[in-house]
Design a protein. Sequence first.
Length: 458
Amino acid sequence: MSDWTTLLEVGGPLAALGGGAAYTRARHPGVYWSTVGLPIATARLLGSYGSVMEACGLTVQPSRLRALAVKTTTRREVRPVPPRRGIIRPTSTGLRLRLRLAPGQEPADVAASAERLRHAWGVHAVYVKDVKPGVVELRLVGFDVLRDVRMPRKAGGGPLKVPVALREDATAFVRDYHAVPHQLTLGATLSGKSMYLRHLVTGLARQPVALVGIDCKRGVELAPFAPRLSALATDPRQAAELLPVLVREMEDRYDLIKARQGIAPGTPDEEITSDIWGLPEHQRPVPVILFVDEVAELFLVATKKDEERRDEMVTQLIRLAQLGRAAGIYVEVCGQRFGAELGKGATMLRAQLTGRVCHRVNDEASAKMALGDIAPEAVDAACSIAPELPGLAVAGDTSGGWSRIRTPFLSLARAAEVCRESAHMVPDLPALEPFRPAAPARPTDVPASPLSPVPVTE
């Protein structure tokens, strides 16, 4: 009887401890990793590093000098040596360590064994980053960081750089307009595309840039940001008036570059290779970011007259995407659907959009239109996004690289508040003044709605 009593006395706390650990792992994976997962993963890595590298085929035969030294001093069997391991650096989401590759190895060899390393060391994922010739960095992620997004403290923002989402390797996805001037963002209803757009607008609102919007849904997406916008078009007719103004602004900036650098006035714009960033700061025009929401609305036509207007708008959009970067004009195209069936110019416009972000879409053709020409293997990843994971997307660029990202939750009220607080940063652009939206007054007494609000899913 005493043995049973002792067993119950010992087993009770152990069961409670195990249940608490299981609950913490499921509900608070970050806390579980810092307290339990990190020590266990570190011990596994240190204890099995050599054998795991050998099983993965990442070991090489030692040099003749080292083999001779081993035989002379220890008389042991000369075994293959793994890549030299650096210091293990723990993080709040995983581990990082650098490996010095042996002669004849390349980063692709380590990347091919990432899945084996993940299972051997009991972590959620392993990613390989090329640091410099002969050195790679292993990023071990302890849990699914995209399930509950927490942006890192050092996200890497700056001028025309906006951290908008979290990558699956726990690093920040930064929208860098210097590196990727134009981008196509697709997503079905409730996929998180609007949340992505909110982060972009609020991140740029605090910077000295001009924000221009074309929202053919009567402005319901971009109108809350009106205090910070320099121009806003809410239907195709207004867009047809705004786009020529932006094209003329781009041409005026090219003339400014020509005058500053002594280029002949008759030189075609396509032959000017410099940009506004080579101008003195007091002469440099302010960058302009053009947001086009629901781009399909610009392509749809009902009459012959609408078709002519459509062709003109698409041509102007293509010119802005093709020549705007040097003039400091950047294009951000968003939509639910984007395909060649939209009409003439759709494929040509897509070819000018370097960056691609594809949220959950309703058909495979849209995913192929967004990612098929740069990373065909990313199409399957985009088509497998579940509806219960809003904000999850696949991001890529024309270099062929791609990764999964997820945008953290940001309420529309908070985004609008940031734009109101940054209203004083709207630059003075006389050409866009006729299109400047009127900032709506903050409502005081709002009547109760008979409809129940749709619950927000983070």
